[in-house]
Design a protein. Sequence first.
Length: 296
Amino acid sequence: MSKSDWAFLSNDLIYAAMAVCALAFIIFAYELAWSIRVGEEKTTISRRSKVLRIAQSLTILYFLILVVAVFARAVSAGRVPWGNMYEFSITGTLAFTFAYLVASIKFDVQWLGILISFASLLTLGTAITLLYVPSAPLVPALKSTWLVIHVSAAIISGGVFLLANCIAGAYLILERIEQKNEGARPGWALRLPKLESLDQLSYRLVALVFPLWTFSIIAGAIWAEAAWGRYWGWDPKETWAFITWVGYAAYLHARVTAGWKGRRAAWLCLIAGSTFLFNYVYVNIWGTGKHTYSGL
């Protein structure tokens, strides 16, 4: 196959992944709607479990399709597939979904599938319709081993951060529901983990990946010195990456030393995550500086 054939294959697989992801989202939504409508009888729980397994299987399927799509993009470009905004988006979706699937093995987070599939579908749809650029060689500044080291660390970190943010958001929603019902939960929410478990899981994910994000920033500084002759230049992307580091460092510090838990910790986690998303969307597309590699 020629490189153009691989490029067309990658595009087709992205659309296929979106189709499967959309189906997974619909089934996750159906499972949630069913639980709200009919309550928590044993037969209902059994049916819901089957529906949830189908939705989870579809999530695994679209993840595997996306793996092949990203690989095909790499072959078509003759390099690692994160040289522009489009490639970073599809690879970031891959990392985000992978983080969810790994977490669902150890923790009972399958119920997050509706949020994961929706976010993945939104990201892939935006990537293929608004951010798409044809496969092309890297710009000179990106032709470095540090591209693999720095960007891969950033992608993995971002995927786990966003998963932690989804859990923090779920915490706030469930806490609000419990407040309205004087500590009780409606039937559909009884299967979800306790608020304390959600709070702890979000914290564990951030604590797990924060060192990798720190390494990503350090690796980026070393790469900047090799490419531009300086370690740090307060470029918009560098600055917002550092702001994200400060945000999550404040979150971890508040939990460990100040004892922040629950609502305050969840909001702080979401604020830190919003700085990452701002860097990913606004700075990449409309920002200026040496990191404008969106390709748009």
